[in-house]
Design a protein around this ligand. Structure first.
Ligand code: ADP
Length: 851
């Protein structure tokens, strides 16, 4: 039978149909209630002359629809089955109560009084009461709803069985309205409204569709051929009689034909229509049957194909049924089917396996497999594994799956040979791996050695490279040119000096780019090396006009070709310098000659001068010796004179003093004065002679020169001058004084004379004398500074001469020997004595002593 849209849609969409019907019922009842509340007649009755749906009917219909909606949703939470039954009970009670009223009225012949019950009066009063048919249908619907709410399948079957007459009665109402047969919906003179009838039809559809699994609906809503055919015939069956009936009534009422003719026509029309329906159904069944047969043939073909596959396949196949113990755990399995490959692969025979359990067939098999296959059969999960069967002594690759509950099928193949091959392969691979490892180790050793060698070679190469670079750098920085010349006059190498002087060759031959010639130079001697293969040395003037000292050497290139190594040193400057030098030399030689002549002349003059000077020196020597002798004589004379003069002077003095004493009364005053003059002169003379003797004794009677502390010597001198210092109120100070080598007596004489003079030649202020000494280059410099009268610079040298004085004896006593004596003593010690002074500003006497 051809599948139509509703055939495909209905079985699956029974719930949707139920919802649609519920919505229709709710809509009709709510429209009616609105009509009552707002008094809109068309909402209450479709036509004004038709009876209207009562409000109680609308409420019960809504309740029924609500009950069905709850059933459709199913029990949940507080909506348990008992609660689901409540709408059915209410609707049933309403129907029952109304029926009771109708019964009482029918039996008693009068309406029951409802004055005491205003609530009941609301829906049981004759004007508001529902129709008798409506009440019967509500009682039925209530029962049906209660039964459906139980959820029980059998109760649902009963409910649908009850609903069949209810649905017929409901269908009767719109049919009777359509055909205008009022008696069909008007029972006990109370008609049922058309909208009520339609709502009941929809309610019936909803009730059937809420449970599509009942005996009735299972056929109609099922996806079998019967269900499809029933759904196909149903619209025709419902509509065709209606249409035919309506046509007959219309024809008869219009007087088109008589009742008998009408009956005949109806019979014929039904026959034709049902024949048509039968034919359509038969054709549909035939088509379905054809399809089924084709499907069966296909199944048979497929069966054959699979059977041949099953028998011919090389993989073993077995279908088993799993057996469980009391706890439901798999404990064994039974062989249901095996293929020939199974027998071949396992060696087990069909008759020894089929219907037997594995514990019989393979008693030594591992029980783990029962559990494993049991899991497949019970959970439906496929497994794929490789397994070694101990009892069968073979390796199998197994794929087990669950084709039906508590069954499992095993598809397997013998992989023993593959396993052996794999084993052999594994062994070979292991062996190979060992070999590879050994070889790898060997290779690594060799590699290391190679790497070391490479590193060594690289180092060597780098060394060579560095050496080459160094050589190249040397060549590049040489202040001479180095070039390699090939036999065909090309320049394979030229150092920087050459390039800077003559430019790059750019592949040109030497004579081309150096001299812009087409032929080699005739004067070039370089290429004679090619013939002689012996070094050659010559001089060359380059294109830059400079002179070069050229050395050519035969040279063999790395590829064995003969080259010339040429080295050129720029000797232009040297040549120039040499020429200059030559000129200078010549000039010098001339000069030397001139100077030699001059020197010879001078030598002659110098020789004469030298002779003259020698003569003068001789004369000086003679004079000095003469002077020394005369000095000595003079000293001798001074000593003798002073010493020998003392005795006669003493005599003169003694006798003049005696004469003065003896003749003091007898002589005249004038004579006495003369005598006193004589005495005074004699005394002075004596003093002079003493002084002279002292002076001469400085050299003749000098003491030993030895180291001494000069400070002590000064202290001695100051002690000797004590009275003079005190008398003059003088202050004598001194700085640190050194140890010197001197004649102690003579040094004391120097200090005594210098300090004594400083005190003696004082000015208006009390004398302040300071003595100090400081170290100078090779000697000690002593100084005696005073604040006395000072000395005129004019007399700076004179005062050091013997008996030279600047004052009279009356002004300052003294003989003028002191400073001369000091000078002689200092000079005797190898020193010097001098004075720095200004009149009125004091004097400073300096003397030096060797350090
Ligand atoms: P005299 O002290 O016996 O005169 P000196 O030979 O000691 O002999 O001195 C020579 C002269 O040098 C002195 O007569 C004096 O005029 C001068 N004279 C020496 N020392 C000083 C001095 N400190 N201040 C000024 N005049 C001096």
């Amino acid at each position: 039978m051809n599948q139509r849209w509703y055939d495909r849609w209905l079985p699956r969409s029974a719930r949707s149909v139920a919802w649609l019907a519920i919505v229709i019922v709710l809509a009709i009842s709510f429209l009616d209630l609105i009509g009552w509340m707002l008094d809109i007649a068309p909402l209450k009755s479709i036509k004004p002359e038709w009876t209207s749906m009562k409000a109680v009917t609308a409420v019960c219909l809504a309740l029924s629809a609500l009950g069905l909606a709850l059933l459709q949703k199913g029990p949940s939470g507080i909506l348990n089955r008992r609660v689901l039954q409540v709408p059915g009970i209410l609707v049933g009670l309403a129907g029952l109560l109304t029926l009771v009223f109708y019964a009482v009225a029918l039996i008693t012949g009068q309406e029951p009084a409802l004055a005491g019950a205003p609530v009941l009066n609301l829906f049981l009063a004759p004007a508001t009461r529902m129709a008798l048919l409506t009440a019967i249908l509500f009682l039925l619907v209530g029962c049906v709803l209660v039964l459906l709410a139980t959820g029980d399948r059998r109760a649902a079957d009963i409910a649908h069985a009850l609903m069949v007459p209810g649905s017929v009665a409901s269908y009767l109402v719109p049919v009777s309205y359509l055909l205008g047969v009022q008696s069909l919906h008007e029972w006990l003179n109370v008609p049922m409204a058309l909208n009520t009838g339609i709502a009941f039809c929809a309610l019936g559809v909803a009730i059937f569709c809420v449970r599509p699994d009942t005996w009735l609906m299972a056929v109609l809503a099922g996806d079998h051929a019967g269900g499809a055919m029933a759904r196909r015939l149903l619209p025709g069956l419902l509509l065709i009689p209606l249409v035919i009936g309506w046509l007959r009534l219309y024809g008869e009422r219009a007087g088109a034909f008589t009742s008998e003719v009408g009956v005949a026509l109806v019979a014929v029309a039904y026959t034709v229509c049902f024949m048509g329906l039968v034919w359509l159904s038969a054709r549909s069944v035939n088509r379905t049957d054809e399809k089924r047969r084709a499907a069966e043939r296909a199944v048979q073909d497929s069966e054959r194909r699979y059977r041949s596959l099953f028998s011919g396949m090389t993989e073993g196949f077995a279908l088993h049924e799993i057996l469980c113990d009391a706890k439901g755990q798999p404990c064994d399995y039974r062989f249901l089917e095996i293929n020939p490959a199974f027998e071949r692969l396992t060696g087990l025979k069909r008759e020894g396996v089929i219907g037997k359990v594995v514990s019989q067939v393979l008693p030594n098999d591992d029980p783990i497999w029962v559990l494993k296959y049991g899991e497949v059969a019970l959970t439906g999960q496929s497994v794929h594994f490789e397994h070694y069967s101990t009892p069968l002594k073979h390796h199998y690759e197994v794929f087990a799956y669950c084709p039906a509950p508590r069954q499992f099928a095993v598809l397997f193949m013998d992989i023993t040979e593959r396993k052996w091959a794999e084993e052999a392969l594994r062994e070979a691979r292991d062996h190979l791996e060992i070999r590879v490892t050994e070889r790898t180790a060997e290779l690594q050793r060799a590699n290391r050695a190679l790497q070391e060698e490479i590193a060594e070679r690289r180092r060597a190469e780098e060394g060579v490279k560095a050496e080459r670079q160094r050589l190249y750098d040397v060549l590049e920085t040489l202040p001479a040119y180095v070039v390699l010349l090939s036999a065909d006059y090309h320049v394979p190498f030229a150092n920087r000096f050459f390039r800077e002087r003559f430019g790059e060759s750019h592949g040109r031959r030497c004579f081309e780019y150096l001299f812009h010639r087409a032929e080699p130079c005739e004067v070039c001697e370089t290429y004679c090396v090619m013939k002689t293969r012996a070094p050659h040395h010559w001089e060359w003037t380059g294109p830059d006009g400079r002179h070069y000292d050229i050395s050519d050497f035969p040279f063999t290139d790395t590829d064995g070709s003969a080259l010339i190594l040429e080295m050129g040193i720029d000797i232009t400057e040297r040549t120039r310098a040499e020429a200059e030098l030559r000129r200078h030399q010549e000039h010098l030689e001339e000069l030397v000659k001139e100077r030699t002549a001059e020197i010879e002349n001078r030598n002659v003059r110098l020789a004469a001068e030298v002779a003259e000077r020698r003569r003068a020196e001789e004369a000086v020597k003679i004079g000095a010796a003469e002077l020394a002798r005369s000095n000595k004589d003079l000293e001798q004379f001074a000593y003798v004179a002073s010493h020998d003069l003392q005795e006669p002077l003493r005599m003169v003095t003694g006798f003049v003093e005696l004469l003065e004493k003896e003749c003091r009364g007898a002589l005249t005053a004038e004579a006495c004065t003369y005598i006193s003059y004589a005495v005074d002169g004699a005394r002075r003379m004596r003093t002079l002679i003493d002084d002279l003797l002292t002076y001469s004794r400085v050299t003749t009677r000098g003491g030993q020169v030895e180291a001494m502390r000069s400070e002590e010597i000064l202290e001695e001198a100051l002690a000797a001058l004590h009275f003079a210092i005190q008398e003059a109120g003088a202050t004598v100070t001194h700085g640190p004084l050194p140890t010197v080598r001197a004649d102690a007596t003579q040094l004391a004489q120097v200090f005594q004379n210098l300090v004594g003079n400083a005190v003696k030649f004082r000015g208006a202020e009390p004398p302040r004398v300071h003595v100090e000494a400081r170290r100078e280059e090779g000697h000690w410099l002593f100084s005696v500074r005073d604040n006395g009268i000072g000395i005129d610079p004019e007399f700076r040298d004179r005062i050091f001469l013997i008996f030279q004085r600047l004052h009279t004896r009356r002004e300052y006593p003294g003989t003028g020997i002191g400073l001369a004596l000091c000078k002689k003593i200092v000079e005797r010690h190898g020193g010097r004595l001098w004075v720095e002074s200004e009149p009125g500003r004091g004097s400073t006497f300096f003397f030096t002593l060797p350090a």
